[in-house]
Design a protein around this ligand. Structure first.
Ligand code: MLC
Ligand code: AMP
Length: 468
């Protein structure tokens, strides 16, 4: 079973836990989860795909869980989604209904509420491992986000490999406050807990004081959150009683690693992954935790590093190559986009990550950066420069637009937009927040007379980054 802890037979036979999930002031026992989620399953069974506005609530937990019980693919929609992005996700995914939270605009789709107190004890057969579990929309360098098709098999393989690497067991209490629409918060945090059978606490927001008060053993966060915790001595000190602190979704700066180690007594675990591959490389609970390095491939994952000509580069800890991955955790392609799938998933099954890395003689991996400057990681969110530029060009006051990611102590990278035209910068920031999503808004818009371009007319992004 994908969500093994929710096996109705074992729960009925006494394997109940009164506080399996705590989220948004709700406490769900395992039998609450089985009963209420099965009731959701009954309402959606047979649907082709459903959209879930993934707010951090019990409603979202039951919506996703119910779909997984019924074998209905879920399209998680960012809780802060804007109009254009929402319309794109609905049209592209072919979702037939909204399940759970009702969005401000349903786009003409039916809305199916989740009833927290409804119960069903119907038994569903476990869907095939190859069946699609989730379609997660994620940004590329250009164009609107693409739907990453993730199978049940990939999720199960990933959680099991992580359980081994982190000695993650039902005795853990996992705490995080991340969004429930990405791999980190949803697949690892929520589905991981429901597969392993540990207690899960969602703090609503990933704030240092809330992490400190949660009393967990296993903590997940993105580097922005770890950096804020490292700046809050009281919160950091409270994490001394934890077992493992795990960072991922973006590079953890070495000074943040060192300060966390000093204040919490734990050298954080770093792990690397993506929507397309799930988590593939990690340091281990019983292994070396080297600041700036993401560790060893998980069980079942192969990695390779290639130079420009496609030859393997030496594993000397210094020579940089393009990172490719292979294994059971990989996605099944981009929905409706065989062209885009073929660009990153080759005939031999290697996924071309778009990241550049080094590997040392012991097999330890360090992520050096991304091949393209047009893929930005801000606060752990992946955002394409191209989609923001397209959104800005949709504003009547903008004639030209170019977007860059600028180094930022808090967010890792900060989105900065340069525009030619006649518009108020604050109004443009608001415009992007409302069209795409709040987390994709530029933090700064600068109106300029012209953009730096080469002889071919292409914007010189490196030059722009220097301006910033
Ligand atoms: C600001 N706000 C606005 C607004 N401007 N609201 C509406 N319109 C506007 N124009 C509000 C926000 O809603 C929010 O309100 C508040 O201002 C601050 O929001 P923010 O600026 O977005 O917060 P920020 O401090 O920048 O967020 C930092 C962060 C966030 C770390 C909390 O970036 C985050 O949650 N990151 C996690 C990303 C993640 O999970 N990535 C995993 C990808 S999977 P309010 O009320 O809400 O405070 C992956 C695979 C892997 O990468 O390897 O894991
Ligand atoms: P996403 O699809 O949002 O999960 O983003 C995936 C990308 O995040 C990867 O391709 C990397 O560029 C980046 N990433 C994830 N984890 C790490 C990490 N530990 N260190 C550096 N980059 C990371």
């Amino acid at each position: 079973m994908l969500l093994s802890s929710l096996n109705p037979a074992t729960v009925a036979a006494g394997a109940d836990v009164a506080d399996a999930v705590r989220i948004d002031h709700a406490v769900l026992s395992r039998s609450d989860l089985v009963g209420a989620a099965t009731s959701v399953a009954e309402r959606v069974a047979g649907a082709h795909r459903v959209a879930v506005l993934a707010t951090p609530t019990a409603t979202t937990v039951l919506a996703v869980t119910g779909c997984l019980i019924a074998g209905v693919p879920v399209v998680p929609v960012p809780a802060d989604v804007g109009a254009a992005e929402r319309a794109h996700i609905l049209a592209d995914s072919g979702a037939q209904a909204w399940l759970g939270e009702k969005p401000s605009d349903t786009g003409g789709l039916a809305h199916i509420p989740v009833r927290l107190h409804a119960r069903s004890w119907h038994r569903y057969a476990e869907p095939q491992p190859d069946a699609t579990a989730l379609i997660i929309y994620t940004s590329g360098t250009t164009g609107p986000p693409k739907g990453v098709v993730v199978s049940r098999r990939a999720i199960a393989a990933d959680i099991d490999a992580l359980a081994q690497a982190w000695q993650w067991t039902p005795d853990d209490t996992l705490v995080h406050g991340l969004p429930l629409y990405h791999v980190h918060g949803l697949v690892l945090g929520l589905l991981g807990s429901l597969r392993i059978g540990n207690r899960f606490v969602h703090t609503g927001k990933p704030k240092p004081d809330l992490y400190a008060a949660a009393g967990g053993s296993l903590y997940f966060a993105v580097p922005t959150v770890w950096s804020r915790i490292a700046d809050d001595t009281e919160a950091a000190t409270a994490l001394r009683s934890a077992r493992l602190l795990v960072s991922g979704s973006a590079p953890l700066p070495v000074p943040v690693f060192e300060r966390l180690a000093e204040l919490t007594g734990h050298r954080p675990i770093e792990r690397y992954g993506s929507t397309e591959s799930l988590i593939t490389i990690s340091t281990r609970a019983d292994g070396e935790r080297r600041p700036g390095w993401v560790g060893l491939p998980l069980t079942g994952i192969e990695t390779r590093l290639l130079d420009e000509s496609g030859s393997d580069v030496t594993h000397d800890g210094e020579t940089i190559g393009q990172l490719h991955l292979k294994g059971a955790t990989l996605f099944d392609g981009y929905l409706n986009r065989p062209d885009a799938t073929a660009e990153v998933l080759d005939a031999d099954g290697w996924y071309h990550t778009g990241d550049v890395a080094v590997i040392d003689a012991d097999g330890m991996h360090r992520i050096v950066g991304r091949e393209s400057v047009d893929l930005i990681k801000t606060g752990g969110f992946r955002v394409g420069a191209g989609e923001i530029e397209a959104a800005l060009l949709g504003h009547a006051g903008v004639a030209e637009a170019a977007v860059v990611g600028v180094p930022d102590d808090d967010l890792g990278q900060r989105i900065v937009a340069y525009v030619v035209g006649d518009a108020d910068p604050q109004a443009l920031i608001e415009f992007v927040a409302q069209e795409l999503s709040v987390h994709k808004r530029p933090r700064e818009v600068r109106v300029v007379d012209s953009l730096p371009r080469n002889a071919m007319g292409k914007v010189l992004k490196k030059e722009l980054a220097k301006w910033a």
